[in-house]
Ligand binder design. Structure first.
Ligand SMILES: [Zn+2]
Length: 455
């Protein structure tokens, strides 16, 4: 979240859910660090939950203004926020049940009852506030504040945002990168750069890393599938229901067509992923030319004979009884909630199986513990031995690496006065800040949470 003050009015850029240690995350997500009713309008860069996931709390806390974003982001946010609300509700129910069992929750102790951070109704109150604006369409967010978006190439509908403010005849151009994607990602178009800006708020997720080329990703995926299937194992893939799941489906579709993997069933076990895949189909106008070509050839890029989408809980549980190799793609992407937890619990003790990590895993999440190959990981509060192979496909990352971030800001260097690094861990930010200053001689700030700057 970034609060922007122009001419005495407050605006907000993104309103994501904080992910990290459970208790800290609950507290940070439930309590906004500003007065929600004082925000006049907001702009949302893209639909990922770490950018959109706390909109229901914002609205519940008194925000009534418009939420500017792209049409695809609106379509994605509806099922995503509903799903997130459902997770909050289930989470609270689970915690209350556990407290009940421990007799902590009696008549005198009602205040110990855990309430969901937000409910389905809170999420539904967000939808009427969306104002969808296509890319490249300058729009007055408020008198003296213009909003224009550019394709961030990070996920379907993702944007980098240009805010142009006229503060008493003093024009200021503020860029917000949202999440910067990468050239050559499956399905979506490559990132566009912003027009000239004076200041830039820049993400820094992979500010200290260099990705491998996208080229061999299909080959690597095929190797992992072949290796695991040959030893009779299953491939468990935690993946964000939005974006990563559709990329994996498309790659598996191509591998099946190329006859590069054995004939094993592939399940997408996530009701959210099923709804989101529909949104991907609907927005064919945002596909890159390869995906569009597959669509034009008459094949649905997101459907093939070995692939099954599962929504029903019983069907999901039935996967536990299958003895032969298969792949299951399920959410959540950082293994913090959802059906993936059951699949992990049932499969990671078997060394024949593989957990395939396909995205960034935040500190303190179960996903991070698995990537770090801890010998034991907690699932549903129980320690489970991790003996399965842990494989990684970093290539699919939707985030630019250090080199790509530095290239992305190159066209802005002529006008840029300062860069603010956000959305990253401190070591990555420190390395990126140094790299930007060395390359372009631009001042870089790594803001503390709550720090304010005069532009
Ligand atoms: Zn994102």
């Amino acid at each position: 979240m970034h609060e922007v003050n122009v001419g005495g009015h407050n605006y907000l850029l993104d309103c994501g859910q904080y992910q990290g240690r459970r208790q800290e995350a609950r507290e940070r997500n439930a309590n906004l660090p500003f007065n929600a009713a004082s925000i006049s309008a907001m702009a949302l860069s893209h639909a990922h939950i770490d950018h959109s996931g706390n909109l229901p709390t914002l609205v519940k806390s008194g925000f009534k203004g418009p939420i500017y974003t792209t049409p695809a982001t609106v379509d994605l946010c509806v099922p995503m926020l509903a799903d997130s609300a459902h997770i909050q509700e289930m989470d609270a129910m689970f915690l209350n049940k556990r407290r009940n069992r421990r007799r902590l929750l009696d008549a005198d102790n009602r205040d110990l009852e855990v309430k969901p951070i937000y409910t389905t109704q809170d999420a539904e109150a967000v939808y009427p506030l969306f104002r969808s604006v296509p890319l490249h369409t300058p729009t007055e967010m408020a008198p003296g504040l213009r909003y224009t978006t550019f394709d961030a190439g990070h996920m379907l509908g993702s944007t980098a945002i240009l805010l142009e403010a006229d503060d008493n005849g003093k024009p200021v151009r503020l860029g917000f990168s949202g999440d910067v994607g990468r050239a050559g990602l499956p399905i979506i178009n490559d990132p566009e750069t912003l027009p000239p800006v004076d200041y830039l708020i820049l993400e820094s997720t992979y500010g200290d890393r260099l990705h491998q080329d996208l080229g061999p990703v299909k080959h690597k995926l095929a190797e992992i599938v072949n290796r695991t299937a040959n030893r009779g194992g299953k491939i468990i893939v935690p993946a964000f229901a939005v974006g990563r799941t559709q990329q994996l489906v498309l790659l598996m579709h191509e591998l099946v067509k190329d006859d590069a993997i054995p004939n094993i069933p592939i399940y997408v076990d996530s009701p959210l992923a099923v709804k989101v895949t529909e949104v991907f189909r609907k927005h064919g106008d945002l596909w890159d030319k390869d995906t569009a070509a597959l669509g034009l050839s008459g094949a649905d890029p997101f459907r093939f004979s070995r692939l099954r989408y599962i929504t029903d809980v019983q069907e999901s549980k039935a996967l536990n009884d299958i003895r032969s190799p298969f792949m299951v793609i399920s959410a959540s992407g950082m293994c913090e909630a959802g059906r993936i937890l059951h699949h992990l619990r049932n499969n990671i003790e078997n060394p024949r199986n593989t957990v395939l990590i396909t995205g960034f895993q935040a500190e303190h999440t179960l996903g991070r513990k698995i990537v770090n190959k801890q010998s034991e990981v907690p699932i549903f509060g129980e320690p489970i031995r991790l003996r399965a192979e842990v494989a990684k496909l970093n290539e699919l990352s939707g985030h630019a690496d250090q080199r790509e971030l530095i290239e992305w800001i190159k066209p802005l260097v002529g006008t840029l006065k300062k860069v603010f690094l956000v959305h990253g861990e401190l070591p990555a930010q420190t390395v990126l800040a140094k790299a930007i200053t060395e390359r372009y001689g631009i001042a870089v700030e790594i803001p503390e949470r709550g720090q304010a700057f005069d532009l």
